[in-house]
Design a protein around this ligand. Structure first.
Ligand code: SF4
Ligand code: SF4
Length: 267
């Protein structure tokens, strides 16, 4: 077996009639492959709540485009539709999700490992993601990547229509799996305008800097689309007035120095 960095094979422009993308670049190697086997981890994610098989295919586009899309598609709705566009261009033939050591809490950057001892495999990645979400107590529709892919006919997202072999689904339930605190924000985006939305807005998490972990690498400053993240002396600092809570800073920080924190009055 030969390991190849997809960058070495180059990228080709693909025209598509996606919900968001019209002509993204994808890996030439993936585009020409006879068989695609997708190997994601079982993790939480501050923007998509759960990241499994669909989100893993984000890795087939050039890294520069990945960064720019993170900055451009700030709402989880847009970001998840965009992930569906990429997934539709290269649907894996088999997806194997590694949930032996999963990540819960504030994934993908600063969550905690959680031993689930699970390996899930299937030819329908959408169904596989739906099963993973169900195992950790999420309802159909809570994970927008899965919901949108199901609505677009890219796979089955309705748990009641999925045949699970090997285990009894109810036996796999993990009732105390920690979701990212940004889950409230995802709910807020779906809430109708009015008092409920206002209250959710007030209690939704915002990025906080853990100064003792900050190495002043500046990655969060580069990733921030609004200029809210800036260096202040030896640490990064966030200007709450400019912050749109996209959590790009949290995602790029490799030192667990930015975490989504709730306001003190939130439940
Ligand atoms: S990315 Fe993290 S470590 Fe780097 S400056 Fe920002 S907060 Fe500090
Ligand atoms: S500081 Fe706010 S706007 Fe900037 S990347 Fe972080 S969450 Fe997004």
């Amino acid at each position: 077996m030969k390991l190849v960095n997809l960058r070495q094979g180059g990228f080709i422009e693909r025209n598509c009639s996606g919900k968001i993308l019209k002509n993204p670049y994808i890996s030439k190697i993936v585009s020409e492959a006879d068989v695609i086997i997708n190997l994601p981890k079982f993790k939480t994610h501050s923007l998509t709540v759960f990241t499994g098989g669909i989100k893993n295919m984000y890795g087939i586009i050039p890294s520069g485009q990945r960064r720019s899309f993170h900055g451009r598609y700030l709402r989880s709705e847009d970001f998840c539709q965009m992930l569906g566009d990429i997934y539709a261009l290269a649907k894996p033939h088999l997806t194997i999700i590694d949930g032996i050591m999963a990540m819960e809490g504030e994934g993908p950057g600063s969550g905690k490992t959680r031993n689930l001892g699970l390996v899930l495999a299937g030819r329908d990645t959408v169904a596989l993601d739906a099963v993973c979400a169900g195992i950790i107590g999420l309802k159909s529709g809570d994970v927008l990547t899965t919901r949108y892919a199901g609505e677009r006919g890219l796979g089955i997202s309705d748990l009641s229509r999925i045949d699970i072999a090997g285990e009894i689904f109810e036996d796999l339930a993990v009732n105390d799996f920690k979701l990212p605190v940004t889950f409230t924000r995802t709910a807020m985006n779906r809430a109708p305008h009015g008092p409920v939305k206002y209250i959710l807005e007030q209690i939704s998490p915002r990025p906080r800097v853990k100064k003792k972990n900050c190495t002043a690498c500046g990655k969060c400053v580069k990733a921030c689309p609004t200029g809210a993240a800036a260096m202040a002396g030896k640490n990064a600092a966030i200007d709450a007035k400019l912050c749109i809570r996209c959590m790009c800073c949290h995602e790029v920080c490799r030192f667990n120095a930015i975490y989504p924190g709730r306001p003190f009055f939130a439940p």
